[in-house]
Design a binder for this molecule. Sequence first.
Ligand SMILES: *Cc1c(COP(=O)(O)O)cnc(C)c1O
Length: 341
Amino acid sequence: MAKKDIDWSNLGFGYIKTDKRFVSNYKNGAWDEGCLTEDDTITLSECAGVLQYAQTVFEGLKAYTTEKGQVVIFRPDLNAARLKSSAERLEMPVYPEDQFVEAVVKTVEGNLDFVPPYGSGATLYIRPYMFGTNPVIGVKPATEYQFRVFTTPVGPYFKGGAKPITIKVSDFDRAAPHGTGHIKAGLNYAMSLHAIVTAHNEGFAENMYLDPATRTKVEETGGANFLFVTKDGKVVTPKSDSILPSITRRSLVYVAKEYLGLEVEEREVLFEEVKDFAEAGLCGTAAVISPVGKIVDHGKEICLPSGMEEMGPVTKKLYDTLTGIQMGRIDAPEGWIRVIK
Ligand SMILES: *Cc1c(COP(=O)(O)O)cnc(C)c1O
């Protein structure tokens, strides 16, 4: 076994086919035991539930090589639990949580040569997902499903340092009240594509979505939760039933309290308040934290005091601590790290 000949430090975030993927099928009310396969293709009925009515949910996590050279994954039990709640909301069968973690472990084990080395900044992205496979034409849940896990190596999110981004307040909504904003479903992304393409065309990196009912409260972006820091050093993160419960955000909240001794408020955040914050960041598996330097609301600019050159100091501490835990430089809380090899 030898690491693949890949220029790890210059990888982007794109799909690269790796050797193995895990596949399990659900039929007659039960999941089969599943297995690893080299076949990266799927043959489906033209009328498959996923193709007609978008019955599909997914997860995203990463495998890292630690400072000591171990291959680890970060809190996969939370991805298992979240896939369960996503599946339940879309009337899909639950893939058992312990089997989920084992499937992820097996898939990484089958692709160890694709796990980027420590220090490259690159990681192995893991994508578990599930979709309805049998023909569905009348609107109802499918009766047969497939659960898969594939991996793809991805490059360092920030090449040459984490530069703060400029985002805009979107005119579109991401999630309806009492809708599906809190689950990780492809359907939430399909309808966000027009909004993100629009934002990019206008020169913005991301959208800030407000709560659709009143448009006065901060929700999240298309794929990351917000984290703010007040001028007196408190961490504030929006609470809402239509936000996707980011594992990165929940981990950062723990790190803020337990490792850094910071005060944390998880509560509704009025858009009105944003101009008074000292720092802002977006959190998710991809970047851990992306610093936000400027928020534009219909021509009105909110410039965070942390500026456009670097991460704010508290954001940086949070980032360094969590990535330190993931990379094995800092002791992790019990149960956060699953060692694969
Ligand atoms: C996946 C996702 C996030 C980030 O969640 P993590 O578990 O931290 O990766 C945030 N918002 C949305 C809408 C997402 O789909």
